[in-house]
Every structure is written in structure tokens, then in C-alpha cells.
Design a binder for this molecule. Structure first.
Ligand code: NAD
Length: 504
């Protein structure tokens, strides 16, 4: 982290009460292009007063926003999806510059967020309550889904478009106001999306943005006016956020780290299985929470390892803007961490079938590149199996049977995603039924649901019952009020006092 006094590169503003505000902090961090180390901007670590001002702005805006008609709220997201489509190329280019992923993948990042915006324009029916007439004589009961108030989103570096779009559109469409805390590593595309949201008609104060790290996050977890926190990021930080926010009486949903197993049966279509597996392992340089980071080769599928390695070796590594197969890691620190873990794997006895450590990318000598790397002979006690590597490293575990594969996956603490490659319907059905993982792909390597459904990672990958986007997040961002009503149309109870609790 650097402290700067000069005015260039540009400073990323805060958004408070509809105004772009320059932070008064003395702590700034560089936003760096991972392929070149060029400093693109500087992001502030907001002060406590600025965080308080953002929450106060959201709290004040809630007063009228909660009463704004559902249709009016929805139409903003109808407009936002159009603006995002029009700006797709610019958004993707910004994302690639600050995050490193390939342009094609950056478009995918924006697109998966856009799908949630489209859904946010459509969630009127999900906000409907229930009604039962005559629950007692002349008594009716109905429920309404009321917005909570100020909701907060804390987002990670790896999907700087999609994940903010998982959060604020749905919260706001449900009648809440919002304070967003983007990743301090790459907030630029997120800020462009926020600008588009204002342009689409989000009123002042309904959406606010603060930047920072631990102190800002803690202040948001503690703030008495914050009612709910959505977090996506690492397990250590998510666990901390969940505990701290829950202790302060807030709703919290924390989507966290993963170790996703792709199980390959020998009856799978070899070519398709290997291609899908490699895309899921090395796409986005392995920096996806749903990356297939462990391949479990079952029985005779072990023999496919040389072909898997040859295909991985053929993947092109380069700067995201040149649209290779694999871009750089997000930071020098991330690269050092990944290299350290590869070394640790070798020391622990894994076989380095493909070594991507020495990869050179012409014209980008300073990029944080690591080439596709495969470690075989991995066992569950090794660090490369126990830890989320979050880099282009695929570890191979070999087992004899599908039962062994299922037991292995179920013994792993994480439950974000898993996939099975097979041509057997019976094997697929058994895998689906017996596997204790929240998102399952059958011949689909990264089974991230579209927003008709919700993101349903489980066990160690998630804290909180309800997932982001879809029907579940409407429940998360609203509270049920139950109204029991009676309108007297006769004189039956006049003059009588009822001291019993029964309604008849
Ligand atoms: P991270 O936990 O380092 O950061 C996430 C957010 O927490 C950022 O906004 C950051 O500023 C904040 N933060 C960082 N340190 C903090 C601290 N000590 N106290 C309070 N707040 C802090 O995560 P990351 O490295 O940006 O993202 C990668 C991780 O996110 C991976 O573990 C990945 O699996 C996970 N992830 C999970 C999902 C999912 O849906 N399960 C999706 C994407 C990413």
C-alpha cells in the first residue's frame, strides 16, 4: 500500500448521497494492471466518518425508496440492462486492464452479472405475499414482504462486474438501499457499473459506494443501521464477517472459498471431458470460486493423464487484452503465493506433470504469469489439496471406483461445486443423490446457476441459509410481516370482553 500526494493517476471517488466525493483519507492503494504493472488509478481507504456518511445517506433514502412502486423500481433495471449492453466492450476492456482476465472472459463476467440485472427488472411476483381468508370467523391473515433497510455488499477481486451485480440490483429492486464496498484491488469496472446505475435512474442515496479493507468492512458489520450484509470472498474473511455481522444482529450471507472436484469416469466422452475439465481448471487463470481445481480420475480414466497434460500445455498464456487462453494472476503477491504452493506440492511428494512456473510472455516481462500446471499423485493430506490455490494449478487424485470418488468429495470441507463426467445416467443419478455439494454439474464443469435459480454453494463454502440472486435473495433482502385482520360488520362482540386467546 502506498501513500501518495500527487494527483495522477486518477483517484477513485466514493459515492455518497448521489455525489462523487473524493476521500479525505491519507491511505491509498494503487490499482495495478496485472499484465504490465501500470498503475491505473488509486483507491482510497475511506475514513470512519465517510463510512458513517454513506450509511446515513442510505438510511435517509430508504424512507421514500421503500414506498416507491415495484414497477418504478423494476424499470430502472430494465434501463440498466440496456446501458450495460451498450457499454459491454468498454466494461470488458476496463475489467481486463485491472483484473487480468481475457477480454472474452471479461465479457462473460459482465454478461453473468447482466443476467441478474435482467432478473431484477422482473422480480415483482417474487415480492408477493400470501393471503388466507377466514383463518377464524371473519378473520383474515396475510403476509407482505417488506424491504429491510440499509443493505451492504462486500465483493472480491475475481468477478468485479458479476458479483456487485449479484447484489445491489436485487437489493434495490426489493426496496432496500445499499452501500457497496468493492474489492480494493480492482474497483474500476464496478464504478463504471455504478455510474450506469445512476444513469438508469437509481435516486441519490439509494446506492452508495465506499472503498477500503478491514477497517471499512468492520465498520459496516458493526453499524447499527445496517440490516443485512452480503459478502463474497475468502473463507477466512467471510467467516469473520458472518460472525461479526451476526453478533451485531444483522442478516448475513457469506459465499466463500472452495475446492471443486471434477470426477471423471472411464465411460465419459474422453475428448469432451478433457476439454471441459481444462477450461474449468485454467480459465481465468484458475481464479474462479467454481474452478475445477481437483480432477478425480476414476479407474481406467487414469490413462488419460498424458493427453490431459498435452492439451494443457498447448494453452496460450498472455495478456488478457490479446485474448489468450490464460491471463495473468491478479497481483505479484498472488503469483508468489501460487508459486509457493506448487513448490510445497513437490516437496510433499506430488508429481509435477506440467510445470507452468517458468512461462515467458513476449512483450509482457513484468506480468504476473503462471502457466497451466498439473500436479499428480496428490493425496488429501497435502497442502495443495487442503488449500484453495486460486491459480492455474490442477491437482490430480486417482481412485478406483465412483464410491471412492464420492467419499473423497464428501470428506472435503468445501461444498461450492462439483462435476461428474460420464455417459451413464445411472452413475450420474447416484452421484447427484449422494454427493454433499451445493452445486452439481453433470458433464457441465462449472455449474453456476442462472438467476432463475440461486447460487447454492454449501458446507464450508457458505455461511447463511440463503444464497445470492434468484428467489433466495428476495427472501434474504425482505422480511415477512404477517397481518391478522378483522373488520366487524355486526354487533356480536359489543359489550363482551374476551380473555381467552382463541379465535373462532
Ligand atoms: P478476500 O476475502 O481477500 O476479499 C473479499 C473482500 O473482503 C474484499 O472486499 C476485501 O476488501 C475484504 N477484506 C479483505 N481482508 C479483510 C479483512 N481482514 N477483514 C475484513 N474485510 C477484508 O477475497 P478475494 O481474494 O478478493 O477473493 C477471492 C476469494 O473469494 C476466493 O477464496 C474465492 O473462492 C472466493 N470467492 C467465492 C465465491 C463464491 O460465490 N463462493 C465467488 C467468488 C470468489
Amino acid at each position: 500500500m502506498n501513500t501518495h500526494t500527487i494527483d495522477h493517476p486518477p483517484r477513485v471517488p466514493l459515492l455518497i448521497q448521489g455525489e462523487w466525493v473524493e476521500s479525505r483519507t491519507s491511505t491509498w492503494r494503487d490499482v495495478v494492471n496485472p499484465a504490465t504493472q501500470e498503475v491505473l488509478a488509486r483507491v482510497p481507504f475511506a475514513t470512519a466518518d465517510e463510512v458513517a456518511a454513506a450509511v446515513a445517506s442510505a438510511q435517509a433514502a430508504f424512507k421514500s425508496w421503500r414506498k416507491t412502486p415495484i414497477g418504478t423500481r423494476s424499470r430502472i433495471f430494465l434501463k440498466l440492462q440496456q446501458l450495460i449492453r451498450e457499454q459491454m466492450d468498454d466494461l470488458a476492456a476496463t475489467l481486463t486492464a485491472e483484473q487480468g482476465k481475457t477480454l472474452a472472459d471479461a465479457q462473460g463476467d459482465v454478461f453473468r452479472g447482466l443476467e441478474v440485472v435482467e432478473h431484477a427488472a422482473n422480480v415483482g411476483t417474487l415480492q408477493m405475499g400470501e393471503f388466507a381468508q377466514n383463518v377464524a370467523g371473519g378473520v383474515d391473515t396475510y403476509t407482505v414482504q417488506q424491504p429491510l433497510g440499509v443493505c451492504v455488499g462486500i465483493t472480491p477481486f475475481n468477478f468485479p462486474a458479476m458479483i456487485p451485480l449479484w447484489m445491489f440490483p436485487m437489493a434495490i429492486a426489493c426496496g432496500n438501499t445499499f452501500v457497496l464496498k468493492p474489492s480494493e484491488q480492482n474497483p474500476l469496472v464496478t464504478m463504471k457499473l455504478v455510474r450506469l446505475a445512476l444513469q438508469a435512474g437509481v435516486p441519490p442515496g439509494v446506492l452508495n459506494v465506499v472503498h477500503g479493507g478491514e477497517d471499512v468492512v468492520n465498520a459496516l458489520c458493526d453499524h447499527p443501521q445496517v440490516r443485512a450484509i452480503s459478502f463474497v470472498g475468502s473463507t477466512a474473511v467471510g467467516t469473520h464477517v458472518y460472525r461479526r455481522a451476526s453478533l451485531a444482529g444483522k442478516r448475513a450471507q457469506c459465499m466463500m472459498g472452495a475446492k471443486n472436484h471434477a470426477v471423471v469416469l472411464p465411460d465419459a466422452h474422453k475428448e469432451q471431458a478433457l476439454n471441459q475439465l481444462l477450461g474449468a481448471a485454467f480459465g481465468a487463470a484458475g481464479q474462479r470460486c467454481m474452478a475445477a481445481s481437483v480432477a478425480v480420475l476414476v479407474g481406467d480414466a487414469r490413462a488419460w493423464l498424458p493427453e490431459l497434460a498435452a492439451k494443457a500445455q498447448a494453452l496460450r498464456v498472455g495478456a488478457g487484452r490479446d485474448n489468450p487462453d490464460v491471463g495473468p494472476l491478479v497481483s505479484c503477491a498472488a503469483k508468489e503465493r501460487v508459486l509457493g504452493l506448487i513448490e510445497r506440492g513437490v516437496q510433499d511428494g506430488a508429481r509435477l506433470v506440467l510445470d507452468g512456473r517458468g512461462v515467458m510472455v513476449p512483450c509482457y516481462p513484468r506480468g504476473n504469469f503462471v502457466g497451466p500446471t498439473i500436479l499428480a499423485g496428490v493425496t488429501p493430506d497435502m497442502a495443495v489439496y487442503e488449500q484453495e490455490i486460486f491459480g492455474p494449478v490442477l491437482v490430480i487424485v486417482e481412485v478406483d471406483t465412483l464410491d471412492e470418488a464420492i467419499a473423497l468429495v464428501n470428506a472435503n470441507p468445501h461444498g461450492n461445486g462439483t462435476a461428474l463426467f460420464t455417459q451413464s445416467g445411472a452413475a450420474a443419478r447416484r452421484f447427484q443423490e449422494d454427493i454433499d455439494v451445493g452445486q452439481v454439474g453433470i458433464n457441465v464443469p462449472i455449474p453456476v446457476p442462472v438467476p432463475l435459480f440461486s447460487f447454492t454453494g454449501s458446507r464450508g463454502s457458505k455461511l447463511g441459509d440463503l444464497g445470492p440472486y434468484g428467489k433466495q435473495v428476495v427472501q434474504f433482502y425482505t422480511q415477512t410481516q404477517t397481518i391478522t385482520q378483522r373488520w366487524f360488520d355486526d354487533a356480536a362482540s359489543i359489550g363482551k370482553v374476551h380473555t381467552t386467546i382463541s379465535l373462532k
